[in-house]
Write a protein that binds this ligand. Structure first.
Ligand SMILES: Nc1ncnc2c1ncn2[C@@H]1O[C@H](COP(=O)(O)OP(=O)(O)OP(=O)(O)O)[C@@H](O)[C@H]1O
Length: 237
């Protein structure tokens, strides 16, 4: 039985006085690839932001690798092995690709950073010819790959991935799928993916949960997602 890596218990959060999450209980084992599906506005991004510590939990707990991190800063969570690729990528547009990667490896010694960056470029070879290009001039798909690469530079144990297919051309979505599958196996990574793209999530996740109005509302067999309709079959409004 693989050991528990991330666990949230009765997790609640929101913005100001407006609650968004109403008690999320989720456990992810080491090496697991878990998908969370939900319509717009159901709390997917808020859940990831709360796990990463960008917004505080108002109730409940977050544990990671055996430590209670509910009150830890995002930087401390990153050092513990939590990686985060936010929605909309949020790469540094004025920095070159290679400098974006250096930011991802900033807490390492320069020799360690060099080695990890070289490894990431081998894993994501699409970046090789564009290393000196500014992040801001890349296509949406290239920026998404750069955001993933920057996250990998911190050598996470678990990556929180927020809608990586949003606004990305189909060929890059396929490439990202292959890359994530390969990375999960090679690095033994755990991944928590929130998405609205049924095909992407069903091809990658071994367990798929649904979220509705800030609560996990069910579990779906990923093999049944291919022919399903998010609006109708899976997540009736
Ligand atoms: N920065 C913010 N300030 C105030 N309310 C917010 C903020 N971000 C999100 N919300 C609200 O929180 C609720 C959940 O939003 P969230 O972004 O978590 O949903 P989501 O499921 O990720 O949807 P989407 O796919 O549209 O990003 C929504 O009602 C949204 O309007």
């Amino acid at each position: 039985m693989p050991h528990e890596l991330l666990s949230t218990r009765s997790l609640r959060s929101g913005y100001g006085r407006i609650p968004v999450l109403f008690g999320i209980d989720l456990t992810i084992a080491a090496g697991e690839f878990v998908g969370v599906l939900g319509h717009n506005g159901m709390g997917k991004s808020t859940f990831l932001r709360t796990v990463m510590g960008h917004i505080p939990a108002t109730e409940g707990t977050v544990s990671f690798a055996g430590q209670d991190i509910t009150r830890a800063s995002p930087a401390a969570r990153a050092r513990a092995g939590l990686g985060y690729v936010p929605q909309g990528r949020q790469i540094f547009p004025a920095l070159s690709v290679i400098d974006n990667l250096r930011v991802g490896a900033a807490h390492k010694t320069s020799a360690e950073a060099q080695a990890v960056i070289e490894q990431v470029i081998e894993e994501l070879p699409r970046l090789k010819p564009i290393l000196t290009r500014a992040g801001g001039v890349l296509s949406g798909g290239e920026q998404q790959i750069l955001a993933l690469a920057r996250c990998l530079c911190s050598e996470p144990k678990l990556i929180l991935l927020d809608e990586p297919t949003e606004g990305i051309q189909p060929s890059i979505i396929e490439e990202m799928k292959d890359t994530l599958k390969a990375l999960a196996v090679k690095r033994g990574l755990s991944i928590l993916l929130v998405e609205q793209n049924l095909e992407f999530i069903s091809d990658l996740a071994t367990r798929v949960l649904t979220i509705k109005r800030g609560q996990l509302s069910g579990e779906i067999d990923p093999r049944k997602l291919h022919d399903a309709d998010l609006a109708g079959d899976i997540l009736p409004a």
